[in-house]
Design a binder for this molecule. Sequence first.
Ligand code: CAA
Length: 257
Amino acid sequence: MAYKNIIVEIRGKVGLVTLNRPQALNALNEALVAELNEALSDFESTPEIGCTVIAGAEKAFAAGADVKEMAQKGYIESYLGKFLDGWTRIAETRKPVIAAVSGFCLGGGLELAMMCDIIIASETARFALPEITLGIMPGAGGTQRLPRFIGKAKAMDMILTGRMMDATEAERCGLVARVVAPERLLEESLAAAAKIASYSQPIVMMAKETVNRAQETALSEGTRFERRLFLSMFATDDQKEGMKAFIEKRKPSFRGR
Ligand code: CAA
């Protein structure tokens, strides 16, 4: 597929997608989301790729859903056309995805980042769910995911006032994993992704699936699921290799089996 709204690259074992609609601060239109889904699905089915990084531009990771595309939509048309259904595809990826966020990360842009597994932010990052200012509310998971990241008090504050949160506050309240200097954002995100991709792919995927379970189930059910997958790892060659290498004081050589 020839991409018009994103740039797709492969860096070693890492897939890199750069959102590329600078004229609209990377506002997410339907074409961009379709391309992003296509690229992610390619990475999912490429065995050599172990992790993906989604980046934006310096000024904006993404300034939200494309308001110009949405403005004239009607209810029935949106309902029948399953508007926003494709947006959650990213939350279903099995390999890890890192969002490298610089500048504005607003509305659907923040919802996209929250569907990734790790958010690494530049000191310039600004987060908001400003939908309320447009006479709507978040529609791509924001009302559900934000409270899970930062708790009800701050989520209500953000969603009902539409205010922006800077990178320091975002790290303090658990929205982002790391804050780095702007010039180090891509390098640090790619390095984290390369590290993840260097491990046993099936074990990484099982670890991701198990952490995500914590968001969706009761603690007792989540820990039971964790135990089942943990024990299953002892059927893999990579567990044998990882532990043997530790005992032999050498680097493991994982084969994804
Ligand atoms: N949709 C469409 N176009 C957008 C856009 C968006 N979300 N955000 C910015 N743009 C466009 C602007 O219209 C402008 O285009 P023109 O040059 O053709 O006028 C261009 O990008 C540059 O933007 P600004 O001139 O506004 O740049 P700025 O630096 O003055 O302001 C900003 C930056 C504060 C991010 C401002 O652009 C802004 O408030 N954008 C909208 C943010 C927003 O409301 N996002 C939520 C969208 S709704 C949503 O996401 C729903 C959902 O849950 C799925």
